[in-house]
Design a protein around this ligand. Structure first.
Ligand SMILES: Nc1ncnc2c1ncn2[C@@H]1O[C@H](COP(=O)(O)OP(=O)(O)OP(=O)(O)O)[C@@H](O)[C@H]1O
Ligand SMILES: [Mg+2]
Length: 324
């Protein structure tokens, strides 16, 4: 099933800014080596697509490219996803399972959201990096693989290390090369070409010529600050292309969140809601967490990042306030 990851066609990387040109040049240079690479950047900046680019530019391009998203897999299942298990390893393990490291043999693995790895798994990952060896869960045989490891993180990993939540030795192993992808708002020269690329993709799917944005629409996109980066841009442009009638896509078809600094961001209105007394700090915190979770569409990793806390802390706070 993870073979799917390796047969997905590579997506072109689109950019115009000098900052992205430097990022892509660095990626191209490290691709030919076997160095572990840490890809850092906000949500939606293109860490996944850049990882795929590195694999495709590397001598491993003919072998599998396998991704594992740490945040999406329950902690209890992650170890078996990474390393596999033998039949009977735990209740429900009715079959042997080949883990992603084995699937990626000869190729590249992307450990997406590596900052979310539980301490126990951090140790196991370190061992794979050092010895290229591991055992399946409940397995007695030591398996050896030849896998290049790329890892991505939204949270600055040094800070997670400084908080004592990520092993420093693992950090140094992963961080042989670090590529930081700047947020879209810091490279707005990329926006017009990205919009064209997105509209071209829609036209390819549906047939017909690519649509265009009206000038006013493009100007609105250029004024937005894109907290969700290229993913948010894609959602906005695809949504607009659906609702807009024929002709150039007008500004009113764009559904943008409020730009930062307009006073309308998350948390706005909290004080206004206080009624005849001031909110306590705990009430404010609860309301703010609920609001950010709502804005993040229930995505807890993203909510935690916005709140500047880790997922464990968010979980504790949700329990304390009874937030589902
Ligand atoms: N330079 C780019 N050219 C073309 N498409 C891009 C580019 N950067 C990002 N995208 C597109 O934006 C979306 C988000 O990119 P991607 O999934 O790589 O982000 P990410 O940094 O891995 O996000 P997350 O942290 O949420 O995992 C994808 O649809 C991707 O194809
Ligand atoms: Mg990603």
């Amino acid at each position: 099933m993870n073979a799917v990851a390796s047969v997905l066609p590579a997506e072109p990387l689109v950019f115009r800014s000098a900052r992205m040109a430097r990022v892509v040049e660095l990626a191209r240079r490290v691709a030919s080596s076997d160095a572990n690479v840490l890809l850092a950047g906000e949500s939606g900046t293109g860490k996944g697509i850049l990882a795929r680019f590195i694999h495709d530019q590397s001598p491993r391009r003919g072998a599998p490219f396998v991704t594992i998203a740490c945040a999406n897999i329950p902690a209890g299942l992650l170890e078996s996803e990474l390393f596999g298990h033998e039949k009977g390893a735990f209740t429900g393990a009715t079959e042997r399972r080949v883990g992603r490291f084995e699937q990626a043999d000869g190729g590249t693995i992307l450990i997406d959201g590596v900052s979310e790895l539980a301490p126990g798994l951090q140790g196991k990952l370190l061992r794979v990096l050092q010895e290229k060896a591991f055992e399946r869960l409940a397995g007695t045989r030591t398996l050896r693989v030849d896998v290049r490891v790329l890892a991505s993180t939204q949270a600055p990993l040094e800070e997670v290390v400084a908080r004592g939540e990520f092993r420093a030795d693992l950090f140094y192993r992963l961080n042989v090369v670090c590529i930081e992808i700047p947020p879209l708002r810091d490279r707005m020269e990329d926006l017009p070409v990205l919009v064209e690329h997105i509209l071209r993709g829609i036209a390819q799917q549906r047939g017909g010529a690519p649509r265009r944005l009206a000038q006013a629409a493009l100007h609105r996109l250029l004024r937005h600050d894109w907290p969700g980066n290229v993913r948010e841009l894609r959602n906005v442009v695809e949504g607009a292309a659906i609702v807009a009638e024929d002709g150039d896509i007008p500004a009113r078809a764009l559904r943008l969140g409020r730009p930062a600094g307009s006073g309308g961001g998350p948390g706005a209105g909290l004080l206004a809601d206080a009624g005849d007394r001031r909110l306590t700090l705990a009430e404010l915190e609860e309301r703010y967490i609920r609001e950010v979770l709502r804005l993040a569409g229930g995505n807890r990793s993203q909510a935690a990042r916005i709140l500047g806390i880790n997922r464990k802390t968010l979980l504790e706070k949700r329990k304390r306030y009874g937030i589902p």
